[in-house]
Design a protein around this ligand. Structure first.
Ligand SMILES: [Ca+2]
Ligand SMILES: [Ca+2]
Length: 324
């Protein structure tokens, strides 16, 4: 009896400590949200059966260490709570420590967690009013940036998406994805049909940031496809094909220091530009290419495969010896 009485205060204390641990612990550990454009409106995103129908709604509640699974379907940055249809400035803002995976079967599959990024395409689309394919196409109403990561701390992952229909016209850069001072892993993504004016990075801009781009395809974008500014980013097993306005522009000029991006096992095929059909680099931009292939790239002015500013002659031979 006496033993039982002496234990009761300790047991209560342990429960209090456990309750405190629960209340004070990181509330955003290992949470997964689910998104499917076929889901009914009003879901809480906690399960496939109550999935969000807009990616913006999942991002709005995402916190560090959260995962977002996105089913096959179309997702627009101007859709979701507190967003306005047709808002060109609306963008999917990547969140610190949040990983986003596309390519799930979702509600239309018996097993919604079945994943195949080719069979179950998750498309992030900047053609907000769905008129790119009407007549000659209307593109000046498309998203300025479909997705952005600006001054975001911690690792960010975007894996398994098609990113299409951005239009970085005007003074903007990065019609598909715009990354500034943030570390992002882009993986298994396909950038296609993004637009931009000359040098505006139709598909992807990375400024003052070292990101990783792995197993991605950049195809059929118009306007210089990628702009790397003071960036030591790494591109591995990526394909650049049929981009009008060139594939990659690399410089360190804008912010001073050098930009030394690396390209490993990449293919540059059938890209076209006035200068530097595949690669155009100016002072401060010093890319390295290892085991890359340049095939059938064109320039109307100079540098079908590679054009370089500054002391291009010595750099040219050094770099090209690393290519095949
Ligand atoms: Ca769907
Ligand atoms: Ca449009």
């Amino acid at each position: 009896m006496s033993t039982r009485q002496s234990c009761q205060p300790l047991s209560a204390l342990r429960w209090l400590l456990l309750l405190a641990c629960i209340l004070l612990s990181d509330p955003c550990t290992a949470k997964t949200s689910y998104v499917d454009d076929n889901a009914p409106a009003g879901g809480d995103g906690l399960h496939w059966t109550s999935a969000f129908c807009h990616l913006q709604d999942a991002l709005a509640v995402a916190e560090r260490n959260n995962e977002i699974r996105v089913a096959q379907g179309l997702y627009y940055p101007d859709r979701g709570e507190n967003h306005v249809l047709g808002d060109r400035s609306a963008t999917f803002e990547l969140r610190s420590g949040v990983v986003i995976f596309g390519g799930y079967g979702g509600l239309s599959c018996e097993d919604p967690n079945q994943r195949d990024v080719d069979q179950y395409a998750s498309i992030l689309c900047g053609d907000l009013l769905d008129n790119d394919l009407q007549g000659a196409g209307i593109f000046n109403d498309n998203s300025f940036h479909i997705m952005t990561a600006i001054d975001v701390e911690g690792d960010i992952v975007l894996d398994g998406f098609i990113i299409q229909g951005g239009n970085a016209n005007g003074d903007t850069w990065g019609g598909g994805v715009s990354i500034e001072r943030s570390q992002v892993l882009l993986q298994n993504c396909r950038f296609e049909g993004n637009l931009g004016s000359l040098g505006s990075a139709s598909a992807l801009v990375i400024q003052e940031a070292d990101s990783s781009v792995i197993d991605c395809v950049f195809a059929g974008n118009k306007g210089r496809c990628i702009n790397l500014v003071s960036s030591d980013s790494v591109f591995q097993r990526c394909v650049f094909e049929d981009n009008q306005g060139g594939a990659v522009f690399s410089s360190g000029l804008v912010y001073g220091g050098a930009g030394k991006p690396s390209f490993l096992d990449c293919v540059f095929f059938n890209n076209w530009a006035g200068t530097g059909g595949a690669i155009f680099t100016i002072d401060g931009g010093r890319p390295t290419f290892r085991n890359c292939r340049f095939i059938n790239n064109h320039a109307s002015h100079t540098g079908g495969a590679i054009a370089m500013g500054g002391a291009w002659r010595c750099r040219c031979f050094s770099w090209l010896s690393l290519c095949r």
